[in-house]
Ligand binder design. Sequence first.
Ligand code: ADP
Ligand code: MG
Length: 466
Amino acid sequence: AGRRKKVADVIGELEQTLATPTPLLRGIADAMVEEMERGLRADPHAHAPLKMLISYVDNLPTGDEHGLFYALDLGGTNFRVLRVQLAGKEKRAVQQYEEVPIPPHLMVGTSTELFDFIAAELERFVETEGDDFHLPEGRHRELGFTFSFPVHQTSISSGTLVKWTKGFCINGTVGEDVVAELSSAMERQGLDMKVTALVNDTVGTLAGGIYADNDVVAAVILGTGTNAAYVEHVDAIPKWKGPLPRSGNMVINMEWGNFKSDKLPRSDYDIALDFESLNPGEQMYEKMISGMYLGEVVRRILLRLAHDASLFGDVVPPKLEKLFVLRTPDMSAMHHDTSHDLKHLGAKLKDILGVADTSLEARYITLHVCDKVAERGARLAAAGIYGILKKLGRDRAPSHGSPKQRTVVAIDGGLYEHYKKFSSRVEATLAELLGEAAASSVVVKMANDGSGIGAALLAASHSQYN
Ligand code: ADP
Ligand code: MG
């Protein structure tokens, strides 16, 4: 009975610290808007949490792009290569792609090793180019490089790495031009290819999203990490000192994973996770939301329950002590178990933690913990999206008599795509925050691998042959 009470105490406390009541989310959305404005004003030395990076993309794809283009996507866990034959609006595009997991040792190795690996994979892929693809005589192949880390762009096709995030930690790349690094690796490989666009995955997703649907105004990534980009008016970007783009717009890569606010419901588990991470003090919002971390938050809570309330019996399962053993896809599999005795969840616990017999109570509590952690992440992500819509003035129903304006947010990323209980909560919470009238004109759209085609489109619109 004492044990039961301890479980109830830990869970009670957990529910309080992870709670995201709607008024709190509204406050978080307002804080997001304030930080967006601060980041758009900031000089590069001010420590605004939102970098609000200028993408140099001031014109989004029209659909008229033509020709053969390559794209390469270096994200968190996978690395993708893509080729596409663009053929204008009517014929749309023929595309082929390949996906390769990034060998973990390369994420913490040297810059040269990482870029050599990428160039070699790309070269292999180029070798398989078939008859559906046509490169006009005398031209070099061109590439859009999707690089899902914060980059300080110096032009559409160059930029220096601000910092590594997610599981990457490579010495000597910060401050370097990532296009130069990739280009030298391609040269070492003997691959003739020119990078004409360097884009963040959010910006690629936005470009790919608009190509598919004109009403896309923002793109959000919910994968290993999380981030967002949107179309901003240049007038609203005091820090932009360049020429006024003809469109009057500039795509901003928010780097929202680094958002922080006193309003974020941080628990002791989050504080410890951050402290023991590769990048303490950074990416606070990302650490509460994204696929790299959700399972790890759950693990920390289960460990506490095992210690303080013998959740898995008298001994704490040693494997449960290991950082990151519980991956978000496993969390998601457990969370989606609908069997009456939670046998799939039990099998996962056995698999991951090595505990052969879990009590039904322990399995229900594990399910509940997954639910609370996923719910918090999804609701916080929705608050961020709501913040962007507020910044754009698209959070209200059109006033009486004015035309109805459709607003689309493109979302990509493995977390959103595969974790249904997560994605459905993002959508429900956004609808709740918007209210019925405004929600009826806002659409959230899964943009499956939109960033690849987006990067290829941007490579095309910035081609040296235009
Ligand atoms: P990346 O963000 O690395 O560019 P993805 O968008 O493909 O790549 O996202 C991969 C991430 O999505 C994984 O790291 C994992 O956290 C999450 N993920 C993948 N599958 C699932 C799943 N079934 N349930 C929950 N999360 C998943
Ligand atoms: Mg990605």
